[in-house]
Every structure is written in structure tokens, then in C-alpha cells.
Design a protein around this ligand. Structure first.
Ligand code: PMT
Length: 431
């Protein structure tokens, strides 16, 4: 469970920005730990503040990589930003050196958040008009993660209808505009256009990750495949990569939950913010879930759990020509149904199942919803090879007893955010 102290910090951060004392910044903002922030720096006198911003984001545990526009390099050197971020600074689109380190599409995929600070009037205009004529605008176009911009410019430039329209266009498209602030400007004029104070900017950035909808809740998620041993070298398994379950774990942690991720074997790295329990077989998964389920408010069964396992696990490798036979029969026995047992509990958490189907998706999903006594089931058609197993994208239908909601094809990350929002709403309605 999350500590009262942490809950207090988050509640405080949700208050009026103007009242936040700088002392708050001495406390760790958990939501930035291991966050991958791609910092875009554009040309303007406030560019020098990007150095401090990088440091402050790193103080909170974020991994910061930097893109600079050519005009930004007139105000602060790439070498300074490279030394601070400890990574090569990306300057040009299609530069063979930096592209070989991390190409522009990879950079866009890498980021959990793209933050452009300071953002010039010229950048806002190019971003709003959908241009991709340099590295920063191209990465913004390719981004699937949230994008935030912190404008900084002369007050007259900020107040011009063109700039205001560009800013409003970006807001409409889901871009977060952080600032600008009022005050005395480098040019000697006074008005709105200053880069938001760095302390405050870091708090606002952390808030973008922290929806707080599941604050104080414990969410247990199963993910990945299970492996059912046949002999010391062989097993029965399936194509689950764990991507969907891990994406949900991140989204639940972003929403403020304490997340227990019970994972079958995968090649994925779980975020530090998540309590990871690694298991191999369905029986291991069953035992791990049973051991901690009493503390869970929500249970999400994303794992592709093997329904059956070999009755006998051979002590030695089965030989091909055993007894001169040209066929091999394995006797299988049923595994425990992890989610059905969770849903049977007297203190049952809100229980969400997944249904991987290749035909009659709705019929089978609804049957599982009823048979396993689930509160909600997420159906995906894994007969479609573009989505579902091992893909970075998925398309789902969420079935409740009385209604269904379609979520069209999108990244597993975005889908998970929608699902967590949906689950949060259900919890609120159930109160
Ligand atoms: O891991 P990825 O590559 O990202 O792929 C994601 C996914 C396709 C695996 C995922 O989206 C998905 O559909 N997961 C459920 C797969 C599945 O095995 O479904 P099922 O219809 O067999 O099981 C229904 C539900 O019962 C599931 O919540 C499952 O976790 C649970 N179950 C099943 C059997 C069992 N013995 N115990 C269980 O808890």
C-alpha cells in the first residue's frame, strides 16, 4: 500500500500552483523515477535554463535525452547539454552519427514524454502547422507519447493572435501548454512570456504522469505466458510477450496505484515502481497470486495461462526413439484457474479478465465473463496477426454484464491508459 506521506505529497501537488513552496522540490516526486523525458530546446534566451531543467528532472529520477534546434545552439552549446544529460545531443534529422546511436523514430518511441522547453513562437507555429522540417518537429509528429511545451518569448510575440491560435490548436490536439509566466523579460519589457519557473515546471511535468485516479489502491496484474514443463528441456507455452500486461502495469502505476505484477517469463523490464513477482508455470502463478491477493483492490488477468500441464514431468530428456515408437502421447491435466479463484473470494477485488479468441469473440468472451464471475472482460481477436500476441498494438472490446465498449487499434500503452481510466470509473461508481 502507498504510504500516507506519499499520498499527502500528491494531494498537495494537486493544489494551486501559485501556492507551492519551493521546499516541496526537496521531496522525491515518485512519478518521475525512470521516466524517459525527451527534452526539446528551441532558440531563445531562456534556452540556458534548459541546463537547470535537465538537472532538476534528473534529481527526480528521470532519464533525460536532448534534441536542440539549430537556433538553440546559438544560446547554449550542445556540449553543455551532452555533459549534463550524459547522452549525445540530437541536432539534425538524418545525421548518420546520431541516427546510428538512436534514429528519430526510435527517439520518439523511446520517450515517455516529449517536453519542449523553452518553446519559441517559431516552434509553436511549425508544430501547430504539422511541419516536419527539422528533427524536433519530426519527432513530435512521430510521437505516440504525450507532448508538453513550455513557451518562452517576448510578451508581444506571445500575445499575437497568430501565436495564441497556434497554442490553442496544440491544446485541441492534446498537447499540454505549461506557462508562460508573467514578469520582467530579458528584453526589459514586462508581461506574459517568461519560461515557467524550473521548480514549478518539474512539478507540472510530474503531474502529467500522475493521474492519481488509483491513488491508495493496490492493483495486481498477471502478465506474459506460463511454461508447463514436459521434461528438463521442453515445455508447453504460447506466444504472449507480456507487452499488454506490462503496459497496464505502467498505466496503473501512473494512476497512483501500488502495482503487483505477477509475470510469466518475458524479455521485458518492469519499471522500478512496480513490485515484480516472476513465475514460470501456471501453478507458480496461482501460488503467487493467492499469497498476495488479499491486499488487492483490483485484479487484472492479462496472462495467457496454460489451461493444461503435462501430468508427469519426465526426470530426463525424452528420447526421440523411445520404445521404437514414431509418436508420443502426452497426458495433460487441468491447471488451476487463477482468475476464477480470485473472483470466487468473499473479499473479491474488482476483477477484470482478458479473452484471447480467434473466432466468435463476443460469444466466448461473454461466456468467460459469466462463468468466471468477472466484473469486466477485455476481448481481443488474436486471429488477427497485426494485433494481440507480441504486437505493440491491440484493438479490444470491453464487455460488462450489460454493455460493451470498443477501443479501436492503438498502442498497448494508450489502450492501457484508457482501460485504467475505465476501471477507475467503475471503482468510483461502485462506492
Ligand atoms: O502478452 P502480449 O503479447 O502483449 O499479448 C497480450 C494477450 C493477447 C496475451 C492479452 O491481450 C490476452 O488476451 N490475455 C489473455 C489470454 C488468455 O489466455 O485468455 P483466455 O481466454 O485463455 O483466459 C481468460 C482469462 O482467464 C484471462 O484473464 C486469463 O488470464 C485467465 N486464466 C486463464 C486460464 C487459467 N488457468 N487461469 C487464468 O487466470
Amino acid at each position: 500500500m502507498r504510504s500516507g506521506c506519499k499520498a499527502g505529497i500528491i494531494a498537495f501537488l494537486k493544489g494551486d500552483a501559485a501556492t507551492w513552496p519551493g521546499i516541496m522540490m526537496n521531496k522525491p516526486l515518485i512519478s518521475l523515477k525512470n521516466r524517459r523525458i525527451l527534452l526539446g530546446i528551441t532558440g531563445g534566451i531562456a534556452a540556458y535554463k534548459a541546463a537547470e531543467l535537465t538537472r532538476r528532472l534528473q534529481d527526480q529520477g528521470a532519464d533525460v535525452r536532448v534534441i536542440m534546434t539549430r537556433s538553440a545552439t546559438e544560446f547554449i552549446t550542445p556540449l553543455t547539454m551532452q555533459a549534463l544529460s550524459t547522452h549525445p545531443v540530437h541536432l539534425d534529422l538524418l545525421n548518420p552519427d546520431t541516427e546510428s546511436v538512436m534514429g528519430h523514430i526510435e527517439l520518439a518511441r523511446w520517450a515517455d514524454l516529449i517536453l519542449i522547453a523553452p518553446a519559441s513562437a517559431n516552434f509553436l507555429a511549425r508544430f501547430a502547422s504539422g511541419q516536419g522540417d527539422d528533427l524536433l518537429t519530426t519527432v513530435c509528429l512521430a510521437a505516440q507519447c504525450p507532448v508538453a511545451v513550455a513557451p518562452a518569448m517576448n510578451q508581444a510575440m506571445w500575445s499575437k493572435p497568430a501565436t495564441q491560435t497556434n497554442s490553442a490548436t496544440l491544446v485541441q490536439r492534446g498537447v499540454q501548454i505549461l506557462g508562460p509566466e508573467d514578469g520582467i523579460q530579458a528584453c526589459g519589457e514586462t508581461g506574459s512570456g517568461r519560461l515557467m519557473a524550473i521548480d514549478q515546471l518539474v512539478v507540472r511535468v510530474s503531474e502529467l504522469f500522475n493521474t492519481g485516479r488509483l491513488q491508495g489502491k493496490t492493483v495486481m496484474i498477471t502478465a506474459g505466458p506460463t511454461r508447463e514443463a514436459i521434461d528438463p528441456v521442453r515445455y508447453i507455452s504460447n506466444h504472449s510477450s507480456g507487452k499488454q500486461g506490462y503496459a497496464l502495469a505502467v498505466a496503473a502505476a501512473d494512476a497512483g496505484a501500488h502495482v503487483i505484477l505477477v509475470s510469466g517469463p518475458t524479455n521485458l523490464t518492469a519499471p522500478d515502481r512496480v513490485e515484480l513477482i516472476q513465475v514460470i508455470s501456471a501453478q507458480d502463478m496461482h501460488a503467487a497470486v493467492q499469497a498476495q491477493i488479499a491486499s488487492a483492490d483490483v485484479f487484472i488477468g492479462v496472462a495467457a495461462v496454460a489451461d493444461y500441464r503435462p501430468k508427469l514431468v519426465q526426470q530426463h530428456k525424452i528420447k526421440k526413439d523411445q520404445n521404437g515408437q514414431r509418436s508420443l502421447t502426452l497426458e495433460l491435466v487441468e491447471n488451476p484457474d487463477v482468475i476464477a479463484e480470485v473472483a470466487m473470494r468473499a473479499d473479491k477485488p474488482f476483477t477484470i479478465g482478458f479473452a484471447a479468441e480467434t473466432e466468435r469473440v463476443e460469444t466466448y468472451a461473454r461466456k468467460k465473463l459469466i462463468d468466471k464471475k468477472l466484473d469486466m472482460i477485455v476481448a481481443n481477436n488474436v486471429g488477427n496477426t497485426e494485433i494481440g500476441f507480441n504486437s505493440d498494438v491491440n484493438a479490444i472490446t470491453v464487455y460488462f454484464q450489460d454493455r460493451a465498449i470498443d477501443l479501436p487499434k492503438m498502442s498497448k500503452r494508450s489502450l492501457s491508459e484508457h482501460l485504467i481510466e475505465l476501471i477507475s470509473q467503475q471503482l468510483i461508481e461502485a462506492l
